[in-house]
Design a protein around this ligand. Structure first.
Ligand code: SAM
Length: 293
């Protein structure tokens, strides 16, 4: 049951599942059951969901082509004391989906707006990404044409994770452009078909993303969220350089010689590099230093 009884003249912004129908919350179910009107992005998509939950309320369409007109009508209904639920085809309304216009119109008319939170593909992918960050950017869909997409990628080269939505027929071109512009070492999480039967979430360097997608024809089908890892900080970049230098030196030098030379080349601490070189040579016996000739 909702914590409060349904309020007259209130617009409820209700999240619906992004795949798994069980992700409709108890509160969302109750609100959808009780409201006077359910405004749907596409009534044909929402009615089956309502049917699964035994909800038979009145539905009307509110989509990108009639949003302005439908919003005025809904505001009139709200002013007359009706309660209205707003849903999109999947996930949270007004996030890369219609809804913001009617919400803004409700605020302008002094009406109450109540969010009923639930599924959202961006947040689902982000929480499964494992990027340690205080903040993230949600950039939605990138432009469809390559020129505009490349420009947008260059502009979003953020120092925090960036969440993107992408269509299946552009997923390959998108990861190729990301790798070309941001470098093949940058990390990426590909979250495919979240909450559905064939869900996949992988974290890999951008340079490996194309092969992962090409590994199966199904990997260019379905729905995708990409979470781009943050741009490495200068310290991380320096550590990456030092690691690369050590690995090369360890092919021909002892641990202490590799650490000494790496310290001169990178300006890093000899002790720190010695510890790192020890760990590398222990982890990778195949590249242990050759015996001095
Ligand atoms: N409002 C929705 C939400 O809250 O996530 C997003 C709507 S947007 C029009 C649709 C895009 O969201 C898809 O193209 C895909 O990028 C992403 N998406 C939606 N459902 C998804 C899922 N189950 N798995 C992966 N991505 C999904």
């Amino acid at each position: 049951m909702p914590q409060d009884p349904l309020s007259a003249g209130t617009l409820y912004v209700v999240a619906t599942p992004i795949g798994n129908l069980s992700d409709l919350s108890v509160r969302a179910t109750e609100v959808l059951r009780e409201v006077d009107v359910i405004a749907c992005e596409d009534t044909r998509t929402t009615r089956p969901l309502l049917a699964v939950h035994g909800i038979t309320g009145k539905t009307i369409a509110l989509h990108e082509h009639n949003e302005r007109d439908a919003s005025s009508k809904l505001v009139e209904a709200l002013k007359a004391g009706k309660s209205v639920a707003l849903v999109s085809d999947a996930g949270t309304p007004a996030i890369s989906d219609p809804g913001a216009l009617v919400v803004a119109a409700a605020h302008q008319a002094g009406l109450r707006v109540v969010p009923i939170p639930g599924a959202n593909a961006a947040i689902a992918a982000y929480c499964a990404s494992g990027f340690l960050a205080e903040r993230f950017v949600f950039a939605g869909f990138l432009p469809a044409s390559q020129g505009a997409r490349r420009k947008a990628i260059s502009a979003l080269d953020a120092e925090c994770p960036v969440i993107l939505y992408e269509a299946p027929h552009r997923i390959l071109a998108c990861v190729e452009d990301l790798a070309a512009l941001l470098g093949s070492d940058r990390e990426l999480v590909i979250a495919r078909e979240l909450t559905k039967k064939f869900e996949e979430v992988v974290r890999l360097p951008l340079g490996a993303a194309k092969s992962w997608i090409e590994a199966g024809t199904h990997r260019q089908q379905g729905e995708f969220v990409l979470v781009l890892g943050p741009k490495p900080t200068d310290t991380q970049a320096d550590e990456g350089d030092a690691e690369r230098v050590l690995r090369i030196l360890l092919e021909d030098h002892s641990v202490s010689d590799a650490a000494r030379i790496a310290a001169r080349l990178t300006g890093g601490s000899k002790n720190g590099l010695y510890e790192r070189a020890l760990a590398i040579s222990a982890d990778l016996p195949a590249i242990k230093p050759r015996k001095p000739r």
